[in-house]
Structures are given as C-alpha cells and as structure tokens.
Design a protein around this ligand. Structure first.
Ligand code: UD1
Length: 314
C-alpha cells in the first residue's frame, strides 16, 4: 500500500494496530499524532524507527496542519472514548470528540489530504427494535459519547459534499484485542475480563449480563480501515458498519474465559450502567458489498489470541 498516511490516536489501542497494519502493507510514510493522554509510546515500540511521531493534541490546529503536510490519507482514531466517562465528564469528551474532529477535517482540507477515514461508533444507533443494526436505521444516541460520534459522521459527510474531501465513516462495534488498556474503570469490558481471569479475580458485570455486543477483533477493524482507504471515490461521504455480524452476551464471554482457563470464578453483578445500549449487532451487508469487508476472526479466536497477549505481557 503505497502513499503517505497519518493516524490520529496512533499510540492508542486501535490506532497503533492500524500503524502496524499500514507498515506491514508497505506504506511509504506513516505519521502518528497522539497526545499520550490514553495512548502509550510502548504501543509503538516495535515500529518506532519506522514512524514519524508527533506528540500533538488534535485540538491544536496549527500542529495538526503541519503534521499533515504531504499526507494523502488520514485515519482519525483519536477520541476520549467510553459511554460512562462522557456522562461523568461532559466537557473533555465534547471538546476532543467534536472540536478535535472538526480540527482534523479543517486541517485535512487545508493540507490537501485526499481522504479521511473516521472511527465512528455503533453507539449512534442506541436501542433499536430490530437486530442486526443497518446503516439506514434511525439513529438514537443514548449518551454524550454516542451523540459526539454521530456528530463526527455528519461532519465527515458535509466535508465531503461541501469541500470535496473524501471521507468514509466506519461504525466500530466494541473492538477488542491486544494492547487494549485495562487500567481504567472506563476500559473496554473484555480488557477488564482478561485482567480478571489472569488475576483469578471476579469481574463486575453491570446488570444481568445478558446484554450483548458484536465484539470485533482489532485486526479485522484494521483490515477494514485499509480497505476503506482504498475503496473507489464513490463511497465518499458514506457510513458503514464495522462489526463482524455476531452477538455475544457478557455472561457468554465470561463463561468462555473460565472454560479456556479451566477455572470457576463467578462474576459479581452490579446495577445496570447509565447510557448503556442493551444489544448490539452489525449488519455487514454494505461494508461487504462496498468495501470488501471480510472479518477473519471468530469471537473465540480473537479471545484466545488476546488472552495469550495479556498473559505474555504481564
Ligand atoms: C460503546 C460502543 C462502542 C465504543 C465504546 C467506546 C455501544 C454498543 N458500543 O461500548 O462501539 O467503541 O463505547 O468506549 O454503544 N461492563 C460491565 N463491567 C465492566 C465494564 C463494562 O459489565 O466492568 C458492561 C457495560 O455496562 C456494557 C458492556 O459491558 O453493557 C460493554 O461496555 P464497554 O466495554 O464499556 O463498551 P460499550 O459501552 O458497549
């Protein structure tokens, strides 16, 4: 894959996987922009000699504009994620996820970038009457985070229609895998489960554990991003689901980890979490048809690979 690329949030969990994916595919130049708020330099250790690292906040227009010089494709992964965090700390998530995204688009247009591929979120759907969730469904965000990510999609398509910048939004569905940081209470649930099973401690499940997610292995998301970057210009301005089409409950996920480890550790159950969506599952038809999406990892394969990574890096 030739060309010059920039990844915002490139020292984060998904961003750093994308950076490694780009280098594997032979990218010419890979620029990383990250403020190291939740990203870590160690995530780029194996590739540090091959990337151009800018410790930059996406709210800093001038620095972003400079970093984008000569770049053709931007992957915008930087964000303050987490539904509950966006409810408890409204200002920082608004500022980074909305104003930061605006800056990324403004800088990309001014720098003559060809395409921006955006990390949108399945949370935009909220609770739908029907599963799986299709891109044509009415969105219904239940949290500031969901609303912010949806606003980002609107901005992407408007930058395509008003300014001729090519954009593609990928609605991620609960991405998991190596390097997802389990150290915060706002961490993704599977990273917390991995830590708990290796510590032989009880995880806390919010609600009855029967809520479900289309947990998607990070390498499938990386592959989809690379396809979105190379898809014909006719996809510009559009939104695609980036899940793998399955649906797993939290109880099933915790049971699987206990089976793999051969242990019996009942989970603690707490009250349901504010802003939570009950069920989430992607209809992948459009991503398959227009982007060539082809997820390679079953949930169990992804879980086993992730668990081995956490075990090896403890
Ligand atoms: C949401 C988005 C996802 C996005 C993520 C960013 C949906 C359907 N998905 O994920 O696309 O990438 O925000 O942060 O909206 N839980 C526990 N115990 C814990 C932690 C979480 O039971 O210790 C539960 C939560 O209450 C929730 C589920 O696990 O029901 C998943 O939570 P989490 O991993 O935080 O992701 P979502 O909020 O689903």
């Amino acid at each position: 894959m030739s060309g010059n690329f920039l990844v915002t949030g490139g020292a984060g969990f998904i961003g750093s996987a994308l950076v490694r994916g780009l280098l594997r595919e032979g990218a010419g130049r890979v620029v990383v922009v990250d403020n190291l708020l939740s990203g870590h330099r160690r995530n780029l250790d194996e590739v540090s000699g091959s990337v151009e690292f800018h410790e930059t906040d996406i709210r800093d227009y001038e620095a972003l504009r400079a970093a984008m010089t000569g770049v053709e494709t931007v992957f915008h992964e930087a964000a303050i994620p987490s539904v509950p965090r966006s409810i408890r700390e409204t200002l920082p998530s608004h500022d980074v996820n909305i104003n930061g995204t605006f800056n990324v688009l403004r800088a990309a247009k001014d720098a003559g970038v060809r395409r921006v591929v955006y990390a949108a979120s399945s949370s935009a759907y909220g609770d739908t009457l029907v599963l799986p969730k299709v891109e044509t469904m009415q969105t219904s965000p239940k949290s500031p985070y969901a609303a912010q990510k949806l606003m980002g999609e609107y901005y992407m398509s408007v930058w395509a229609s008003c300014f001729g910048l090519e954009t593609v939004s990928l609605r991620y569905f609960n991405v998991f895998g190596p390097r997802q940081d389990p150290s915060s209470p706002y961490s993704g649930v599977l990273s917390l489960f991995m830590k708990a099973i290796l510590d032989r401690s009880c995880p806390t499940i919010f609600g009855d554990g029967e809520q479900s997610r289309d947990f998607t292995y990070v390498e499938d998301v990386v592959a989809l991003n690379l396809k979105a970057a190379q898809a014909p210009a006719s996809v510009s301005g559009r939104v695609f689901n980036g899940g793998n089409g399955g649906r797993i409950t939290l109880n099933q996920a915790w049971t699987l980890l206990q089976e793999i480890e051969g242990v019996h550790i009942p989970a603690n159950y707490g009250p349901p979490r504010e802003g939570d969506v009950r069920d989430s599952q992607a209809d992948t038809t459009q991503a398959v048809e227009y982007l060539g999406h082809a997820p390679q990892y079953s949930f169990e394969q992804g879980m086993r690979a992730t668990l081995e990574w956490y075990r090896a890096t403890r």
